[in-house]
Design a protein around this ligand. Sequence first.
Ligand code: GLV
Ligand code: MN
Ligand code: MN
Ligand code: MN
Length: 416
Amino acid sequence: MTTTPSPALQPRVDGARLWQSLMDLAQIGATPKGGVCRLALTALDGEGRDLFVRWAREAGCSVRVDAIGNIFARRAGRNDALPPVMTGSHIDTQPTGGKFDGNYGVLAGLEVVRTLNDRGIVTEAPIEVAVWTNEEGSRFVPVMMGSGVFAGAFTLDHALAQRDTQGTSVAEALAAIGYAGEQGPTPAVGAYFEAHIEQGPMLEANGCVIGVVQGALGQRWYDVSVQGMEAHAGPTPMELRRDALLAASALVAEVNRIALAHAPHARGTVGVLEVFPSSRNVIPGSVRMTVDLRAADDAVLLQMDAELRAACERLGHAGRTPITVEQVVYFPPQPFAPQLVEGVRADAQALGYSAMDVVSGAGHDAVYLARLAPTAMVFVPCADGISHNEIEDAQPEHLEAGCNVLLQAMLRSAKV
Ligand code: GLV
Ligand code: MN
Ligand code: MN
Ligand code: MN
């Protein structure tokens, strides 16, 4: 038995073209510090989508948009009735986002299509590149919104009704940028692959180029509000205060303690803290805050949930600063498909790239796609493991390597 793949199965992507596309897309919403701010469903997101759609059409793809604004660029297969082999990610960013988070997975998919075109390779199954709506969950909750609707994790109506802090709904924002598409039944997916920067330090620390992703941490997100009472900062004695910020700040420390107590595979973050009325000589009357808990084990995540709720009870100080907790996101830890994961490892090895197993601490659209189809992810290193930061950086040759692995993995599933 020969182990050498046929030459048709060994095409290589154009790393320079991939890099140039990343830099071109990063112009849209570019920040002075070298990052990107392109929040979901803003005009800038619309511009980024338009650019992707133009590139996909130029590459010969047909393009469709679904009712939550997910974009699917399709390269026909020899047997076009087969479920597509899909890849993709997101192009919305954090407020202080980088050039690579999400954008890499989308443009790596486009580079796969361009490479197949260059080589005149026809796959048996169609290839699709998806741009999922609002992966970041920064402007609108829930996170991974487009892929969540696609996979049936929550309903389209629920997603469309969500509002940002200005009161704009997802439905209104989608219509405003012209990406409210057609609602239809969810099409079958043959397999799903997603390339992404690691967003953590493991690959770099171990000198590895490819992360073979075993799965992703589960997450629970909460909206928390703390009710106190505004009063004058001077005349009100310390023991008579109902200071909402004092209780909230103790809760921030509790969230940190809860995650540390379940180390090493648990995380706890308070990313938003809004103090009302935010006047320096008024005792804070209320606080709105967010909590993000993550763990590798669903039972641990549930335990952390219980500990958070107990802490809120305790810090409510017998009704003096009552704390309400509303869970707004939950998904359990998601393992990826062993056969595809092993395929990624074999492809990395065959291509001569060093590889190691990693677990994703970040959420990805692949987490929801894994409910519908065999799914795997390919990670590449990012500088100092930094992401969700304008200084996020990655090396062109690593991005090229990850894209070559993506290409091979997709070719195996789509068959030539
Ligand atoms: C999404 O970017 C996440 O928080 O993992
Ligand atoms: Mn991402
Ligand atoms: Mn992100
Ligand atoms: Mn993410």
